[in-house]
Design a protein around this ligand. Structure first.
Ligand SMILES: C[S@@+](CC[C@H](N)C(=O)[O-])C[C@H]1O[C@@H](n2cnc3c(N)ncnc32)[C@H](O)[C@@H]1O
Length: 243
């Protein structure tokens, strides 16, 4: 991520679409689990899911992993304000090269696309407790017919994007059981894109951004416009996996 991207996303509470209810619904299907579970949040960003999990599970300990120090700093500050930072450890690094564990739950909302499903599941199997769960959310196609413009856009941004049923078949072939899967409520896009739109408006009002910040503003605006016109053909989907 370049400096302009870091600046644009600085302090934002969500770096991917989701809702607190969706996070809690996925957590509810991680049963049975210990009373004091060890959790790893892979690609935690600024803590959209980590903070919900720490609030929901008062005896849990959570390792939050992300290569971006700025995001970890924001997460740390947010956890301090909620008085859950004593159960949080942050780690700046690659979630595919983690020696820590075993974890009862590995969480990865909106981050597995950056690592690749096969690679991530193979790596995380080593970090997972027997009987433990992996919770992932990712973009999937939801329509039978995908408009060419959407295909072209996501073909460049996320060539591995597929349908939920194809993803389920893929993980089953890899030896995983899908304990639960569900579509994210559409509200999750507004919770993500709303603050991004406000930031774009703020930057445009302050004086038109130029250079690398212009490129970021254009890229973010393009993604949001694409969603507003064709987003009914894709959505985020949650998958709860067990070995
Ligand atoms: C779209 S953001 C989602 C962040 C957060 N889970 C959320 O829902 O707001 C994806 C995150 O994955 C992180 N990421 C990408 N590759 C990673 C890797 N190999 N190991 C750990 N985190 C990674 C990025 O830095 C980014 O913070």
């Amino acid at each position: 991520m370049n400096d302009a991207f870091l600046l644009f996303f600085k302090g934002l509470a969500r770096h991917a679409p989701s809702t607190e209810e969706a996070t809690l619904r996925a957590l509810a299907s991680c049963q049975p689990r210990p009373d004091a579970p060890q959790i790893a949040d892979m690609g935690c960003g600024t803590g959209a899911s980590a903070l919900v999990l720490l609030d929901a599970l008062p005896d849990a300990a959570l390792l939050a992993v992300d290569p971006i120090e700025q995001s970890l700093q924001t997460l740390q500050e947010r956890a301090e304000r909620r008085e859950t930072s004593d159960r949080l450890t942050t780690l700046a690094g690659d979630a595919l090269a983690l020696s820590q564990g075993p974890f009862d739950i590995i969480w990865a909302e909106g981050s597995i696309y950056a690592m690749g499903w096969d690679k991530a599941l193979q790596a995380w199997q080593q970090n997972l407790q027997d009987g433990g769960f992996i919770v992932v959310s990712d973009a999937v196609w939801t329509a039978d017919r995908i408009p060419n413009m959407a295909k072209r856009y996501w073909g460049a941004e996320y060539p591995d994007m597929t349908t939920a049923s194809a993803r389920i078949a893929q993980v089953q072939d890899l030896g995983w059981t899908v304990v639960e899967d569900f579509e994210m409520p559409r509200e999750g896009w507004d919770l993500y894109y709303g603050p991004l739109e406000q930031r774009v408006a703020l930057l445009e009002n302050k004086g038109r951004p130029s250079g690398s910040m212009r490129a970021v503003v254009d890229e973010v605006s393009k993604e949001i416009a694409m969603y507003r016109t064709l987003g009914h053909t894709w959505n985020y989907h949650f998958f709860v996996l067990q070995r």
